[in-house]
Design a protein around this ligand. Structure first.
Ligand SMILES: NC(=O)c1ccc[n+]([C@@H]2O[C@H](COP(=O)([O-])OP(=O)(O)OC[C@H]3O[C@@H](n4cnc5c(N)ncnc54)[C@H](OP(=O)(O)O)[C@@H]3O)[C@@H](O)[C@H]2O)c1
Length: 253
């Protein structure tokens, strides 16, 4: 039997990169999946690719009214939610403490932390017994990367919120874990690296050089880890973090 047969999942930011791969894997495992993103054409393309088990709802996680509309749409579907992947949250200003602006700070924290927090909060009334919530961390929360201070801090905040939510939601049987991808080839990562020295290819090579397995990750490898956290295969894990990072955060190279 498929691992998520009859289950319903939400993947925010499910139109690209890691979120799209997670949505595709969940659909392949029998789930009905809601996917979100801010851009309607990308949302339409993702739903076309995912097929009839997917429903797209255009919404911005940093906009509370958008989140209310999203969860009203999921409530109207009538099946509740078994899995929430709070994946949208890759806002990453490239600013040092000298160049940091209030706008860049607010964007990173507004999308990554506030967006994750209110996605989870507003999902709570819809969560079925034994639901699994997955937040997205980053290896940058465990080691310092110059000019990535606010992004790193948002991911550290998400990591700690996950521990607290795991404690608070345990009485309902809801598990909450953080999935930590290493550098993973996505449109988002490539876009972020485009202005680095030597361009995207040189920067991906540099990223691979920081990883024990000496390569960047594939989105399907992150989706496989998400599937583990989504199902009863991880039934004794909560408040934890699962690194799918090729060893990046575990070794010094
Ligand atoms: N790729 C990596 O190496 C890596 C490593 C560690 C952690 N992560 C984390 O993994 C997650 C996904 O990253 P990715 O590399 O797959 O990014 P990506 O390719 O840029 O995809 C991001 C997705 O999120 C959506 N999104 C962005 N802002 C949003 C918002 N405010 N509200 C709703 N949707 C939003 C995007 O669609 P729209 O733009 O249309 O909204 C898109 O669907 C992020 O949390 C990131 O921090 C990635």
């Amino acid at each position: 039997m498929s691992a998520l047969a009859g289950r319903t999942a939400l993947v925010t930011g499910g139109t690209s990169g890691i979120g799209l791969a997670i949505a595709a894997r969940f659909v392949a495992e029998g789930a009905g999946v809601f996917v979100t993103g801010r851009r309607q054409p990308e949302l339409d393309a993702a739903v076309a690719r995912l097929g009839s088990a997917a429903i797209g709802v255009r919404s911005d996680v940093s906009d509370l009214a958008d989140l209310d509309r999203l969860f009203a749409r999921i409530a109207a579907h009538g099946k509740g939610l078994d899995v929430v992947v709070a994946n949208a949250g890759g806002s990453a200003a490239l600013e040092t403490i000298e160049t940091l602006t209030p706008e860049a700070f607010d964007s990173d924290f507004g999308i990554n932390v506030r967006g994750t927090a209110f996605t989870v909060q507003k999902a709570l009334p819809l969560l079925n017994d034994d639901a699994s919530i997955i937040t997205l961390g980053s290896t940058s929360a465990s080691r310092a990367t110059a000019a990535l201070g606010t992004y790193s801090a948002t991911k550290a905040a998400i990591r700690q919120l996950t521990r607290v939510w795991a404690l608070e939601l345990a009485p309902r049987g809801i598990r909450v874990n953080t999935l930590v991808p290493g550098p993973t080839e996505t449109p988002g990562l490539k876009n972020a690296l485009a202005n680095g020295p030597g361009g995207v290819d040189a920067m991906l090579k540099y990223q691979a050089g920081r990883v024990a397995l000496a390569r960047v990750g594939h989105v399907d490898e992150i989706a496989a880890a998400a599937l583990f956290l989504a199902t009863g295969q991880s039934s004794f894990m909560t408040g934890s973090e699962l690194f799918a990072d090729g060893g990046e955060a575990q070794v010094l190279i």
